[in-house]
Write a protein that binds this ligand. Structure first.
Ligand SMILES: Nc1ncnc2c1ncn2[C@@H]1O[C@H](COP(=O)(O)OP(=O)(O)O)[C@@H](O)[C@H]1O
Ligand SMILES: [Mg+2]
Length: 264
């Protein structure tokens, strides 16, 4: 029995750390997420892929409440952050700050502060979100930079670092918060091709620690390597999802077409 079967059977021992039911998000009249169901089990590495505009970033941003879901249930670690479902009793409700402590995010454009050193970029949320004192935050930030191999660059400002190094600082910033889940939104898409490898290597190392990860990526080689669960999205919906081997075995014509187009 796989971990996913266990979840489907409602086995509490494998209760999903992230559980989405009927998640919807509209911007004005445009419904961008049209009812997403997804379970992410602790330690699982989920890959999300699909055409541009299909709602992947909106989904990821919703998982961190950078976007507020319009309808449906978004439970993280057993706590409800979405509006909830009409036919489900509303459970314990969480605050955004609690969610941000639990779920870390790495963006396509790194989102580092240009006026702060690598060390201070990593230390800042440790102070503001985790409430750590300056010294403690700096020590923890240094440890996170060491994990991504950038301790020697701690005093550098973002513009003194390559794109790949900046993204590794952003990964360190998320890691330093000791999140239970890490989200990656096309983390290598803004990089020159020769810098992609070092970021994927860092992500691979994070995956090997057993970190729960949800990764939007079109790096299919990497996706095949880490994807325990692979999700193809189109037009605000999950069209098809599946375990390892998905890229060879998926059935929906749109997913197959998309995989071929990305490969070529
Ligand atoms: N803040 C926003 N306001 C209005 N429309 C948005 C906003 N964010 C995203 N969208 C729209 O939602 C759709 C899906 O976007 P996105 O989630 O970024 O897709 P993907 O990441 O799959 O490319 C796009 O049509 C985009 O224009
Ligand atoms: Mg996107």
């Amino acid at each position: 029995m796989s971990a996913l079967d266990t979840v489907d059977n409602n086995d509490n021992r494998a209760a999903p750390i992230v559980r989405l039911r009927g998640l919807r998000k509209s911007f004005g009249n445009a419904e961008i997420l049209r009812g997403i169901d997804l379970d992410v089990v602790t330690g699982q590495h989920v890959v999300i892929f699909g055409p541009s505009g299909s709602g992947k970033s909106t989904l990821l941003r919703s998982l961190n409440m950078l976007e507020q879901p319009t309808a449906g249930s978004l439970q993280v670690d057993g706590v409800e952050y979405g509006p909830g479902l009409p036919d489900e009793p509303s459970g314990r409700r969480g605050k955004v700050l609690d969610l941000r402590r639990t779920v870390g995010m790495v963006f396509q454009q790194f989102n580092l502060f240009p006026h702060l050193t690598a060390l201070d970029n990593v230390a800042l949320p440790l102070r503001s979100v985790r409430g750590l004192k300056g010294r403690v935050a700096q020590r923890k930030a240094a440890e996170a930079l060491r994990r991504v191999g950038l301790l020697p660059r701690a005093a550098h400002y973002p513009q003194q670092l390559s794109g790949g190094q900046q993204q590794r600082v952003a990964i360190a910033r998320a890691l330093a918060m000791d999140p239970k889940v890490m989200l990656f939104d096309e983390p290598t898409s803004a990089l020159d091709p020769e810098l992609v490898g070092e970021v994927l290597k860092t992500m691979r190392e994070v995956a090997e620690t057993g970190m729960t990860m949800v990764v939007v990526t079109h790096e299919l080689g990497f996706a095949k390597e880490i994807g325990d669960l692979n999700v193809f999205m189109e037009d605000g919906l999950v069209v098809e999802k599946g375990p390892r081997g998905f890229f060879e075995k998926c059935e929906s014509p749109r997913a197959r077409e998309f995989i071929l187009a990305v490969r070529s």
